[in-house]
Design a binder for this molecule. Structure first.
Ligand code: FES
Length: 153
């Protein structure tokens, strides 16, 4: 199958890879770059477990073709902490106990960071609305919203 070379920046590091043109950003991250923090839930844009930031905007990595990201800046859950210091929203998820099984958590946190950067944090209802692409089967929504709300404040 046809393949292409693509150069992009992932968590601040320039990466150049040759991939099958059908490769999703999610598979590029997980299988080619060894960044398995972004999770594959539905692989169809319905759950948000694969959420990453591309040029600061939230995307479902499972729906994004890797070869279209020439020159893009991608941030994943692995890129949020600074050394040993967690991102404030990561710390808030721990403090608020905002997960059970944890499978959706990387996507929830990256989406929460995007939500904060976009300024959609005026009220718990607004946060919930703008995080509605991220499903949590354990039903931790109240605590997830609380974590985002406290970090945004
Ligand atoms: Fe991408 Fe579910 S794995 S939205």
């Amino acid at each position: 199958p046809p393949s292409s070379r693509v150069s992009l920046t992932v968590n601040g590091t320039r990466r150049t890879v040759t991939v099958d043109n059908r490769t999703s950003l999610l598979d590029l991250l997980r299988e080619h770059l060894g960044l398995a923090g972004s999770k594959k839930g539905c692989n169809a844009g319905a759950c948000g477990a694969c959420t990453v930031l591309v040029d600061g905007r939230r995307v479902n990595a499972c729906l994004t073709l890797a070869v279209r990201l020439e020159g893009a800046e991608v941030t994943t859950i692995e890129g949020l902490a600074e050394g040993d210091r967690l991102h404030p929203l990561q710390q808030a998820f721990i403090d608020e106990d905002a997960f059970q099984c944890g499978y959706c958590t990387p996507g929830q946190i990256v989406s929460g960071v995007g939500c904060i950067q976009e300024g959609h944090t005026g009220s718990p209802e607004e946060i919930r609305e703008w995080m509605s692409g991220n499903i949590c089967r354990c039903g931790c929504y109240v605590k997830i919203v609380r974590a985002v709300d406290q970090t945004a404040a």
